[in-house]
Design a protein around this ligand. Structure first.
Ligand SMILES: Cc1ncc(COP(=O)(O)O)c(C=O)c1O
Length: 371
């Protein structure tokens, strides 16, 4: 039986009527740019996350970019980022003319290693950007302690609903950046994103920056861009928002089932399960295991029609576009090793038990016959 890595049609089916209605409402209004739908979504999202402000953006990448712009990041500045993450986390730093300073990750949660931060902070450090990777919060307590007065910008793209010590991510650092890419815990029907903050002045600035830095009618105190969330996406997100908590619970339930199934299959010694660190509210946007002979296993699963993916096969400090920064293989060894061993398995909430069993049976068969 084939098992997809992600099948969004199963999430859409029960929401079809409500989403068509929401799209119809926007079409009837012919109000597509910002306006009432975006404002309503921003209010509802802020309430759901427990933040003062939520500001819709055109993508998660743009949310990160605009947040850095709001902090005044520019040429000559440094921004500290984990090396094991999606490209956008560091790409936005370089796009502003600043330098990404890469830090290795913790081998348990794959998030930035707080113990290595102090050595990377310097007079040019303008921000630190922890990524809540795979759906789990980074160790924000230790990170904030290490950062002192340096602003912490949370990359929450993969982690809507994750928490640290009881507070939802996006409401802990100076700002949080979210992505509504369709595969995220809360996904829209295209590109979308959002910045959260408790700070009124930053919120005002973010709203200006997403409209070309405009403070009044055709008045531009600073340069921004077109970084707006559109009304159709906002209307769709409003339909989905009330369901996110249940979807996250579904992901957690699947993670628990996997743990039991891997154990029952006698794979405890072979398959390294993702660690749900206490107090971090893991949401399992991705279910990432560590395995020996990863690429062979991957090929074998692909042959059986079982979805899988590698996040991420090459840490950012070794990406060709960052060669001029001077990093070498071996510099950030935890991430380098993880990039050779990690494998993401299907975990979306609508998976059936039979599908989870199929994934585990295929993995058990691979190690049983070849191991
Ligand atoms: C950690 C992380 N940061 C940033 C982004 C960028 O978000 P988007 O694809 O919406 O631009 C993503 C999206 O995949 C991500 O996973």
């Amino acid at each position: 039986m084939p098992v997809p890595l992600l099948d969004l049609t199963r999430q859409y089916a029960p929401l079809h009527g409500d989403i068509q209605e929401a799209i119809g409402r926007v079409c009837t209004s012919q109000r597509f740019i910002l306006g009432a739908e975006v404002e309503a979504f921003e209010r509802e999202a802020a309430a759901a996350l427990g933040v003062r402000h939520a500001i819709g953006m055109s993508s998660g990448t743009d949310a990160l970019l605009v947040a850095l712009m709001a902090l005044g990041v520019g040429s000559g500045d440094e921004v500290v980022v984990p090396t094991f993450t999606f490209f956008a986390t560091a790409g936005v730093v370089s796009r502003l003319g600043a330098r990404p300073v890469f830090v290795d990750v913790d081998p348990v949660d794959y998030c930035i290693d707080p113990g290595q931060l102090a050595a990377r902070l310097g007079p040019r450090t303008k921000a630190v950007m922890p990524v809540h990777l795979f759906g789990q919060s980074a160790d924000l307590g230790a990170i904030r302690d290490a950062c002192g007065a340096v602003p912490v910008l949370e990359d929450c793209a993969q982690s809507w609903g994750a928490s640290f010590a009881g507070t939802l991510v996006g409401g802990i650092g100076v700002m949080g950046a979210f992505s509504f890419f369709p595969s995220k815990n809360l996904g829209c029907f295209g590109d979308g994103g959002m910045v959260t903050t408790h700070d009124d002045e930053l919120a005002r600035l973010l709203k200006e920056l997403r409209v070309h830095g405009q403070s009044g009618v055709y008045l531009h105190p600073r340069i921004g861009g077109n970084f707006r969330l559109d009304a159709l996406q906002a209307a769709i997100l409003r339909v989905k928002l009330p369901h996110v908590a249940a979807w996250v619970e579904g992901r957690r339930a699947n993670a628990r089932r996997y743990a039991q199934l891997f154990h029952d299959a006698g794979l405890d010694e072979i398959v390294g399960l993702p660690a749900a660190v206490p107090g971090r509210g893991h949401t399992f946007n991705q279910y990432v295991v560590r395995v020996p002979r990863r690429d062979e296993l991957r090929a074998s699963l692909a042959e059986r029609g079982i979805g899988q993916a590698v996040y991420y096969p090459l840490p950012l400090h070794l990406q060709p576009c960052f060669a001029e920064l001077g990093y070498r293989e071996g510099d950030l060894p935890v991430a380098e090793q993880a990039s050779r061993e990690v494998l993401a398995l299907p975990v979306f909430p609508e998976l059936t038990l039979a599908e989870l069993e199929e994934v585990v049976a295929a993995i058990a068969e691979f190690y049983g016959s070849e191991g």
